[in-house]
Structures are given as C-alpha cells and as structure tokens.
Design a protein around this ligand. Sequence first.
Ligand code: PLP
Length: 414
Amino acid sequence: MSNDQSDKAPPLSKIARDLAPSGIRKFFDIAAKMTDVISLGVGEPDFITPWGIREAGIYSIEKGQTTYTSNYGLIELRQEISKHLDRKYGVKYSPESEILVTVGVSEGMDLAMRSIIDPGDQVLVPEPCYVSYRPCVSLAGGEPVGVATTSQDNFRVSVAQLEKKLTQKTKAVILGFPSNPTGATMPRQALQEIVNFADKHNLFIISDEIYDRLTYEGEHTCIASLNNAMQRTITLNGFSKSYAMTGWRIGYACAPPTVLTAMMKIHSYTALCAPINAQKAALEALKQAESAVEEMVMQYNQRRRLIVDGLNAIGLKCHLPSGAFYAFPSVEATGLSSEEFAERLLYEEHVAVVPGTAFGEGGDGHIRCSYATSIEKIEIALERMGRFVEKVAPNLISKAKANESVVQTQRAAK
Ligand code: PLP
C-alpha cells in the first residue's frame, strides 16, 4: 500500500517540483528489472576498495570509533590531504583553515554553490558535464548557463566560448576535468587562460577534480596550482573514483579561509561531519594505496583502448578519451537519437548505456559508455552493440571496416 496521497498534503516546494530527475537513474531502474544485462551505465569502479583501506575502516569500527569528528574532519586526514596535494601538484592548502572533509564531492559541490551564490546569480557550466552541476546551482537559487562543447574540440572548453555566455550576473564557472561523461582533459595552458578570464571578470572557479588520478595522456593539472588561481578557486576532490571508494562517501573541499568557513558552516548544520570510519579509511588510502591506484589506472587504460577501438569498428565514431573511465561515441550515423539508441539497445540487446542528453547541452547524438567494467564484459557488450548497429544501420559497419582497412593500408605504407 502506498502512503502517497499528495493531494491531501501541502504542495512541495517549487524548487523540488522543478528539479528534473537524473537521466542516469532512469536507465539503471529499467536495467535492474532485466536479466542478463551488461552495464556500461554506472560511473563507478568495478574494483573493490583495496584491502589495506578496508582494513583501516574495519579496525576503526573494532576500536569503537563511533563518534562525530570535528566539523572540518579529522585533523590527521586534513594534514595528509594537504601533503598529498603539495606532493602531487605543488599546491599548498592549510590543513587548519583551508581543507574541509565532505560527504563525497557531491556534498562539496552543494556546499560550494550554497556558499557563493545569491538568487539570480549565473554560473557557467561547460557541457556535457556531470549530472549534479546544474541542479546544485539551481538548488542554491542560481541560474546554470550551459556552454556547449563539441567532439570536434575534443569536448574542451575555450575562453571564447565562455565569453559568449558571460553577463553582469555571472558569478562562477564550474570545471570538471577529466570529464564525466566525455573523458576530456584540458591542457595546462588552456586552463591558465580560463583562470585569467575568471580573474579579469572576478569569477569563482569550482574545479571538480575527482578523476585527477585517472589520466592516460599526460599529467593532470590542479587548477589551484595555476597563476592567480588560488584566491578564486574551490577545489573539490574525493576518494570514490581513484581509490574505488564510492560507498564510503568521502571527499574534500579546499578553498581560501573565508570561502571554506562559509562551506563549513553549512556543512556543520546539514551533514555535521563525514563518517569517522570512512575518514580513517581515507587516511590510509592516502598513506599507502599508491600502487593500488596505479594498478587500477593501468587496467582502465587497457579497457579504454579496447572499447574505443571496438566502438569505432562498429561505426560509432569515438574520440580517444584522455581521462576518467568513459567513452562518449557518436550515434548520429545510426539515425537514432541518443535516447532512442540507449533505450532500444537496452531492450533489444541488454546493454545499458546512458544517453548523452542526460549530461546537458552538446550531449545529444552521443551515448556514455563506462569502461569501469571487466574486459570480458566489454567484449560481450561490443559484440551485442555491433549486432544492434547492424540491425538499425546496416551500412555503417561495412563503412567502418572499409575505413579501418584504409587506415591499415596507410599504416603499412609508412
Ligand atoms: N563529480 C563527478 C564528475 C562524478 O562523476 C561523480 C560521480 O560519478 C561525482 C562528482 C560524485 O562523487 P562522490 O562519490 O565523491 O560524491
């Protein structure tokens, strides 16, 4: 029996009513009711959290560590985060006043938005992007302004594109590189140009760097390490992806003290603190999981090549993503919209992917395929997708094969 008799209760808030449900969830819900589904839908590692990290969490529970911590998070964890960012990127954040341990980057993004946005403020959101950016801006009373990026530009965003959407009301820009869903990364120089743009127009930069460890073509640039970036940047990061810790719900935000204090105030009233055992586990991750991270990145890299080659071979044009664990091929040549493609692929071939439209402007005509799954599953998914493409667009595969043999002949001639 359902208790939902909404006509007999007061209405929900306008903000809740207007909030669109995530386009990702819809497909998971359908897939969950089906058998034999290969999922390239979920954006989470298929690895289990490395043992040493789990052990630290277990040990913490065994020792009876069951209390709140400081609102900021355990000082020893903040010290380790500070050392880690200095070691990796040469960025110096004070553990006492510039680092806040959050309930994942999800909470960090919400806190960032609520700390800097007044009603009506606009926030530039390069898209396609992670599904929470727009809602977090809206929930804080702001207006998200999409800035569409394209596959021709490898889904990178330029100052020229941002400038076109700049108004008197622009308050901030959200950058999420390496990108979910496109796998795009940004060159250091292009990021410096965006920092200069933000400096010129006095904007905040919210940089979601959750995939910082998952880069395959060169090192990640931490935006706060760029010239003039520190005073206007909120760096968000976490343990979900790099350390396969999605379920532990642990992340961190770094920002200048005034911004961080505002974020901490909101956090203290809404979450109070991140779970103590997850904080202990995260501490261990930073101290000793480097080789486990490297091993996982190596495996993602193998899967990346397999899936990108496989997608191109069945006629779904796909650029080589340089970060995260997503391929973002075009399905335009099949004549199906990304929604139709994803829905039919799921029902007819039992492969779950996410339509590009779930990720905002510029996502249409694409699907997101997560390769955070085993080589065997990727191979089966590619086989099923090939069969599907053959059915809906019979000429596409032969064209792709012809292209491939031209490429091979050219390679052989060199
Ligand atoms: N940011 C991006 C770009 C993501 O892809 C995700 C999860 O998929 C998150 C943030 C959420 O991360 P967390 O688990 O730390 O809340």
